[in-house]
Structures are given as C-alpha cells and as structure tokens.
Design a protein around this ligand. Sequence first.
Ligand SMILES: *[C@@H]1O[C@H](CO)[C@@H](O)[C@H](O)[C@H]1NC(C)=O
Ligand SMILES: *[C@@H]1O[C@H](CO)[C@@H](O)[C@H](O)[C@H]1NC(C)=O
Ligand SMILES: *[C@@H]1O[C@H](CO)[C@@H](O)[C@H](O)[C@H]1NC(C)=O
Ligand SMILES: *[C@@H]1O[C@H](CO)[C@@H](O)[C@H](O)[C@H]1NC(C)=O
Ligand SMILES: *[C@@H]1O[C@H](CO)[C@@H](O)[C@H](O)[C@H]1NC(C)=O
Length: 427
Amino acid sequence: MLSSLFMLPAFVALSVQAPPPPPPPPQTPETYDNSSRATRPLTFNSDGTFQISVFNDLHFGENAWDSWGPQQDIYSVKVINEVLERESPDLVVLNGDLITGENTFLENSTVYVDQIVGPIVQRDLPFASSFGNHDYDFNISGEAILAREKRWPNSRTRSMVPGRQAGVSNYYLPVYPPECNKCGCAPEMLLWFFDSRGGFYFQELNADGTRQPQPGWVDSSVVEWFRATNARITARFGKTIPSLAFVHIPTNASLALQTEHGPNGINPNRQPGINDDYPLAQQAQGWCPDGRNDASCAYGGQDVPFMQALVRTPGLIGVFSGHDHGDTWCYKWDHLVPGMSVAGNGINLCFGQHSGYGGYGHWIRGSRQVRVSREMLKKSWEAETWIRLESGKVVGSVSLNSTYGTDVYPATPDDMTYCPTLIVGRW
Ligand SMILES: *[C@@H]1O[C@H](CO)[C@@H](O)[C@H](O)[C@H]1NC(C)=O
Ligand SMILES: *[C@@H]1O[C@H](CO)[C@@H](O)[C@H](O)[C@H]1NC(C)=O
Ligand SMILES: *[C@@H]1O[C@H](CO)[C@@H](O)[C@H](O)[C@H]1NC(C)=O
Ligand SMILES: *[C@@H]1O[C@H](CO)[C@@H](O)[C@H](O)[C@H]1NC(C)=O
Ligand SMILES: *[C@@H]1O[C@H](CO)[C@@H](O)[C@H](O)[C@H]1NC(C)=O
C-alpha cells in the first residue's frame, strides 16, 4: 500500500492535499445582497438591447407525497439553469402556472417559489410573474405566491388593480434608457402583465363541498385600468411608448387564427413552432355568457373587451402566453377572422415553450426569448424572438417585424423529452 502511494506522481499528491473550497452558502432572502442589479429599475443595456427569458407552465409541486413530483421539480430547475447558462436576459418572466395548485397543501403551498427562483436569484436577475389558472386553487392563491415572491428583492411582480374580480398579477413595468434609472425619466418600453385568472378561489367551497371556480379571463376592471393607465402614460410623455404584454391564457384570437384555415393553418415555415394543441384552449373556455361554468357552452365571449383593448394600443408589439403546452408558434393578427367581432391590427400573438416537467405533455422543455433594441424601436415596433431548448438548441428564431407571417424560416422539429423516473411511468 505504502509503496504504491509513494509512486503517485507529485501533482496527484498535491491535488489530494488541497481541500476543496467550501460550497457557497445557499442564498436566502436574509443573506441576499440587496444592492445587486436585480433590485434596480429595469434599463436597456449599454449596447441598446433588452432581453427577456420567459418560462411558462413550470408546474412545480406535483404529488409531493410521491417520488415523481419532486423529481420533476429537480428537472425543471435544471431547465431554468440550462437556459440561463446560455442566455443573458435582463428580466425573467414567469408566465403563469408556476405551481400545480391542486396538488398543494395549505401549510406549504408556496415554498416552491424559492425552488423556482433559485437559479434566477443566483444570477442576480430580476423576475416578474403573471399567474395562471393552476396558481389559483383551494390551497393556493396569486396573493400567497406574490407574498412568497416578495421575500426576494428580485421580484418585480405587482398588483395594481384592486378587487376580487381583477385577479392579482395586473401591473406594468417601465424599461428606461441605459443612462437613466430614475422614475422621472421617460421609459422607452412598457411591459404589461395581465391576470387571466381561472382555477378556484382560495379556501372557498360551495354548499356541496366542491371548490368554487374562478372566472378564467382578463376582467373588464383590468381592461379599464389598462386603457386609462396607458392613456395617462402616453399623455404624460407625449408619445406612444412601445410595449410587450404577458398573460397566461391566450385569447379567442389565437384560436380563431389557429383554426381559420383548418388544422394546417399554422404554416411550419411562416409561423415556425409546434402546433399539437389543436384546437387550443382559450380564455373563458367553459364559461357561459350568463356566468354558468358547467361546460355546457364552449365560449361566452368574455375576453372581447380585452382583445379590443389590445388592438387599440398602438406600439404593442406582441402578447405572450402559455397554457397550451403543445403550441409554440407566433402569429401576426392583422385581419378580421370570419366569425370574430374584433379585427387584428398586426399585433403578434405568441406562445412560449412548456418549461416545466410538471403539467401535461412531453414536448422538449425550453424558454421563449424576446429581445428588443432601442435602435430598432426608433424605426419600427418590432422584436426578435426564439426558443432556447433545455438541450441547448435554438428553434423558432424569428423577427416579429412588418413582414412576419410571409417571411420563410426553418420549421421547428416536434421533439420530446422525458423525466427519467417517468419513462416507464404513470403517464
Ligand atoms: C434585504 O432586504 C430585506 C428586506 O427587504 C431584509 O430582510 C434583508 O435582511 C436584506 N438583506 C441584507 C443582506 O441586507
Ligand atoms: C408539504 O407538506 C406535505 C404534507 O405535509 C408534505 O408531504 C410535503 O413534502 C411538503 N412539501 C414541501 C415542498 O415541503
Ligand atoms: C389542502 O391542504 C390541507 C392541509 O394540508 C390538506 O389536508 C387538503 O387535502 C388540501 N386540500 C386540497 C383540496 O388540496
Ligand atoms: C372566437 O373564435 C371562434 C373561432 O374562430 C369564432 O367562431 C368566434 O366567433 C370567436 N368569438 C368571438 C366573440 O369573436
Ligand atoms: C423581417 O425579418 C426577416 C428575417 O430577419 C427579414 O428577412 C425581412 O426582410 C424583414 N422584413 C423587413 C420589412 O425588414
């Protein structure tokens, strides 16, 4: 034994002696450096760009009493890390269904927020959420998730519209020029976040013991706030400020565009992306015009005021949604789809990529990236967008410019990935 040890080359002996550096202590809200860039107002970079990484449908917290749920969460954290290793976003957007609320326990339903934001706070990035239908259930609510987020100074999520009908995550964030990070400066871009609600009310039961469903569309009180606030900002700065919008559940316009020309209406080269959820699920699905939610009517038109407000907002480049895990395309809504009452104005309606291992479907996980540049915005309201997959690959890279919809791009392959514990599993 001894003699063989003596025969080891010197460098091995050295490396054996050097103790490994202690791992950095995990960050907690209490130890987080509150002076980091994550806590400052959002500004364009000195190179004039601003990039957002969108993670939607992370669906943390499934089957905590089992092994496969927590295993999925480990993989979802890995997805976030893989994406953030390769992209350099200035803001991370969590675009709804952060948590699978119906699987959670009252006493710890929001602890998953810390797992989700771990890779984000490690990189000193700010994040902003819109809540989805699974973020609202008997044991969880948008309010509770927001409170858990707010332990981190990185959270930019706000709640600007009061009232039970409004939901929680309705707010805007200004993005300032690089040299200016004071609130008095004119913002150069606005980011709007809307709460499409859905799911169930927190800790409320019907007389028969069933959960109390929450309407699933952007409420008219929010639409009114959006109109008034945008008008006030436009008047104050004397100009249209370009903007992007985030909402978990897409509107009826996305369904109308998807189905207008039948199942092959989404062109793989002109609107590259997966189009497996056909027909897609939209806001107000299952809600009758008279308020009943018994699935007896397919659609009551409750998102019409929201769609009208979207197309009447000049400078709004795109609306980004999740919810339909099997759809990942962008479509330029530039006409009146037969049967609809609202005509598009050229606004781009985009899905993201299913980001979490929780939730239905095995489409390869990833994250939509959106990048705007000040130079571009001075000439026209457009953005670049692509999807960064967990494999490191980029798909669906397009320019949301005036010719989007006629430009030709490579098609997106319909790849699948599986959580190891689920390969021979239940689903
Ligand atoms: C950061 O601010 C929070 C309150 O916003 C505080 O609880 C925490 O102790 C601060 N962290 C440090 C390292 O100062
Ligand atoms: C939450 O509580 C449940 C029930 O007490 C437990 O099974 C589960 O492991 C807990 N989850 C977390 C993430 O702490
Ligand atoms: C809510 O949480 C409680 C307490 O942990 C648990 O007993 C119950 O099963 C949960 N209910 C639902 C509907 O998830
Ligand atoms: C919603 O879209 C469907 C499908 O195109 C269409 O038939 C319907 O008229 C639309 N509803 C409204 C209120 O625009
Ligand atoms: C829009 O972007 C595509 C891809 O970069 C490009 O081919 C096309 O010429 C652009 N259209 C305009 C009007 O700039």
